[in-house]
Ligand binder design. Structure first.
Ligand SMILES: Nc1ncnc2c1ncn2[C@@H]1O[C@H](COP(=O)(O)OP(=O)(O)OP(=O)(O)O)[C@@H](O)[C@H]1O
Ligand SMILES: O=P(O)(O)OC[C@H]1O[C@H](OP(=O)(O)OP(=O)(O)O)[C@H](O)[C@@H]1O
Ligand SMILES: O=C(O)c1cccnc1
Length: 466
């Protein structure tokens, strides 16, 4: 198992543990509750998000337990009763989880994941699942925006060195790959997840030789079929480009093929045009142009507008840190409580518009017509497909329930999906979302409706509580 996922029992806020002791001490350890994870707003006012981190949550929930050392530590902070610590040492997550499949395109206020189990267990897992799904969804969404902007060019993720710590770097590489990046520079991510790794070389390589030409020659000698020359250390369109062309021609004479050149400063659009023209003139049309340096989906759009012939974008900081909006505000809220014999709906009422929650266990029904998503309906879990809500869409429309059983009584329902299959799913999901919801500027909001029963349920409970 991935070491990041192996030891998650303490990946929680201490208030979860104090509440757990409270439930336990008041004899409520086995009272059941249902919670759902959702976010209220897509990052950067985008039209969609790509759900990620779900499979990792399933792995953590089905394997986590408090070790002897964990219990020792909890004892040392003098908050917990000895008999409660003994209870914790045997605790396993035994609840149920329903979730959208990893890589599903999702929208605000939809339950991405639902936990149903004892109050105590559902509280235990809150923080770790928010930590995992919020970050990976944030990065998968950011990566998807960049990959969409770059098409038909491709995006390689270069973020590890400026990511938020080693775990931030690792999960960013994974989320970026499943959202459509073609690879990463992060060797640990390659090792852990089987993601293709790519790389060029640094300015320091050039600077370590007396001349740029010697640096290129030495690299070409070591990697005759794998070289991408960084040409901007001294004079991009002067010696940089001509050295790269000379070395590439020599490689070609010996039956080898230079992969590319990399531009890392200056006007990347103008430079890429000049480089493309010179490379083509030299018979090196197969040599690709890689651009890097603070690139994001906005500058990629700008490069495209300027018809920059950039084949590959190397994107680091702004992807791995989701630079413009570095957190997804996903939350975990109680929707129902099992009281004696029946489920009782729960909702939080807020004076802030949009912050009240929707009560009850739910299902998301996604309508597709001719392969394209036309809208979603949030319904109560036990409802039949709410065809009546998207009435005008009914002809030829297929409704698919998005929340699937992923954990049943603490056991994984299905093996995790291979990363390549998740990547294919993301590609299919994003392609199924009509273009107007995908554009960066003022995307048309995707249609998400409530079923009549869910609306009535909410209004009734609101009347009762307000
Ligand atoms: N033609 C272009 N259109 C839009 N953005 C561009 C274009 N060319 C470069 N950029 C972006 O402009 C910024 C250039 O920043 P800046 O001038 O600070 O750095 P630089 O050219 O990389 O030089 P240095 O590496 O010396 O800091 C980068 O974010 C780059 O991606
Ligand atoms: O700009 P980002 O999107 O984060 O992409 C990664 C950046 O990291 C490297 O620069 P760095 O200055 O760290 O090393 P270098 O000396 O090899 O250029 C690389 O040259 C890119 O500019
Ligand atoms: O391989 C590269 O070119 C690379 C890797 C990490 C960061 N910047 C560039």
């Amino acid at each position: 198992m991935d070491p990041e996922l192996a030891d998650a029992a303490l990946r929680t806020d201490v208030y979860e543990l104090t509440m757990m002791q409270g439930f336990w001490a008041s004899g409520r350890s086995s009272d059941a509750a249902s919670y759902e994870l959702f976010f209220r707003r897509t990052p950067e006012h985008g039209g969609y998000a790509v759900a990620a981190g779900i499979d990792d949550v399933v792995t953590m929930l089905t394997s986590m337990s408090f070790s002897g050392e964990h219990i020792e530590y909890l004892r040392s902070i003098r908050l917990f009763r000895e008999d409660f610590l003994s209870y914790l040492s045997k605790l396993r997550f035994q609840g149920d989880v329903r979730a959208v499949p990893e890589g599903t395109v999702v929208f605000p206020n939809q339950p991405i994941l639902e936990v149903t189990g004892s109050l105590l267990e559902a509280q235990w897992v809150e923080t770790l699942l928010l930590n995992c799904v919020n970050f990976q969804t944030l990065i998968a969404t950011k990566a998807s925006r960049m990959v969409e902007a770059a098409k038909p060019s491709t995006v390689v993720e270069f973020g590890l060195r400026r990511a938020q710590g080693p775990n931030g770097g690792l999960w960013a590489s994974k989320a970026s790959y499943l959202a459509g990046c073609v690879g990463t520079s992060n060797v640990e991510a390659g090792y852990r997840f089987g993601i293709p790794v790519f790389g060029t070389h640094a300015h320091s390589w050039i600077m370590s030789f007396p001349t740029e030409r010697e640096a290129f020659d030495a690299y070409a000698k070591t990697f005759p079929d794998q070289s991408t020359f960084l040409i901007d250390t001294y004079d991009t369109l002067g010696q940089g480009l001509s050295n790269a062309i000379a070395v590439s021609k020599e490689l070609a004479r010996k039956g080898h093929q230079t992969r590319g050149i990399r531009l890392d400063s200056g006007d990347l659009a103008a430079l890429s045009k000049a480089c493309r023209a010179e490379l083509d003139r030299a018979g090196l049309s197969d040599v690709k142009i890689v651009a890097s340096s603070d690139i994001d989906e906005y500058s990629i759009t700008e490069f495209k507008r300027q018809s920059a012939p950039i084949d590959i974008y190397g994107v680091g900081t702004r992807l791995a840190t989701a630079y413009q909006e570095p957190a997804l505000g996903g939350v975990y809220k109680m929707t129902a409580l099992y009281q004696g014999t029946d489920w009782e709906p729960k909702m939080k009422i807020s004076s802030t518009p949009g912050k009240s929650t929707l009560p009850g266990r739910k299902q998301i029904w996604r309508a597709r017509r001719e392969g394209q998503f036309v809208g979603d309906v949030l319904a109560l879990a036990q409802e039949n497909p709410p065809f009546d809500v998207l009435e005008e869409e009914r002809n030829g429309t297929e409704f698919e329930p998005l929340l699937k059983d992923t954990i049943a009584k603490g056991e994984r329902v299905e093996e995790p999906t291979a990363i390549e299959a998740v990547r294919d799913r993301v590609a299919d999901q994003v392609a199924s979302l009509p273009k107007e919801h995908r554009r960066l500027a003022d995307p048309t909001p995707y249609r998400v409706e409530l079923s009549h029963r869910l609306k009535a349920y909410r209004d009734e409970l609101f009347e009762k509580l307000a």
